[in-house]
Design a protein around this ligand. Structure first.
Ligand SMILES: [Zn+2]
Ligand SMILES: [Zn+2]
Length: 80
C-alpha cells in the first residue's frame, strides 16, 4: 500500500510528520537521550517530496521498514 505524503519535516533530524499543526514548532522529541533542537518546516507541495524508490512508496521492503525512508515511503527534497 502506498503511504500518504507527510506535510512537514524536522530541519535537524529529518523526522517527518503528517500533522500540519507541528509546522514552525520546535521538535520536542528526545531520541537516544538527546533532545532534538530542530524546527518543523512545512513541505506541503507535491514537489517537496519524492517517492522512495527503494520501497516504491510502500514504506516496507520484504516485510521490514524501509531503511532509506525509515518506513515513510517518501523522501523530502526540500532542504530549508
Ligand atoms: Zn528533530
Ligand atoms: Zn523506502
Amino acid at each position: 500500500m502506498l503511504k500518504d505524503r507527510p506535510v512537514a519535516f524536522c530541519n535537524a533530524c529529518n523526522e517527518y510528520s503528517h500533522d500540519s499543526a507541528v509546522i514552525n514548532q520546535r521538535h520536542t522529541r528526545t531520541k537516544n537521550g538527546e533532545k532534538c533542537e530542530g524546527l518543523f518546516r512545512s513541505a506541503l507541495r507535491e514537489d517537496d517530496w519524492e517517492r522512495c524508490f527503494a520501497c516504491d512508496g510502500t514504506g516496507s521492503v520484504m516485510g521490514k521498514a524501509c531503511d532509506r525512508c525509515d518506513g515513510e515511503g517518501w523522501i523530502v527534497v526540500r532542504r530549508y
